[in-house]
Design a protein around this ligand. Structure first.
Ligand code: FES
Ligand code: FES
Length: 162
């Protein structure tokens, strides 16, 4: 028997990196594919597609989410911060990443930086334990965890310099 799946399309108004958009997409489309394929911001990466690895992390009204498993309908009227918006949100984070040569292959790093942004927004001077807890949802197959921790401490120090 042939089963037809009817998709519900919505006109959704939202902001991405504080820029307003109106988009006509299937309501259940994951935010990741809207960001990458509809808007064209390709910094956010697809890893597992199951909410496990953290490579697709973005902020939705300040909350860290897995964009691969979050439908775009939940973003109506909200602001999404992607890796392309991190520099505007925290001017020292990417600089610290560069200064300490954090990335290896680089694939997981957009998600790592967005998680680090969420951490520093909530906790401007995190301890090692705070960092371990906050970053535990981000997997790096290259094992850059030690450099990530140092870079977060460095960004925190720079942010808190007067
Ligand atoms: S791609 Fe979303 S958590 Fe892995
Ligand atoms: S830098 Fe290669 S997966 Fe993290």
């Amino acid at each position: 028997m042939l089963t037809l799946q009817i998709k519900q399309f919505l006109m959704i108004k939202l902001s991405i990196n504080n820029k307003k958009y109106e988009i006509d997409v299937a309501s259940e489309m994951p935010i990741l594919w809207v960001i990458r394929d509809v808007i064209g911001l390709t910094g956010t990466k697809y890893g597992c597609g199951k909410g496990v690895c953290g490579s697709c992390n973005v902020l939705l009204d300040g909350n860290l989410i897995r964009s691969c498993i979050t439908p775009i309908s939940l973003a109506e009227g909200k602001n999404i911060i992607t890796i392309e918006g991190v520099e505007n949100e925290n001017k020292h984070l990417q600089q610290a990443w560069q200064d300490l040569n954090v990335p290896q292959c680089g694939y997981c790093q957009p998600g790592q930086l967005v998680s680090a942004l969420a951490l520093l927004n909530d906790n401007p001077i995190p301890t090692d334990d705070d960092i371990n807890t906050a970053m535990s949802g981000n997997i790096c197959r290259c094992g850059t965890y030690t450099r990530i921790k140092k870079a977060i401490h460095k960004a925190a120090d720079l942010n808190n310099e007067v």
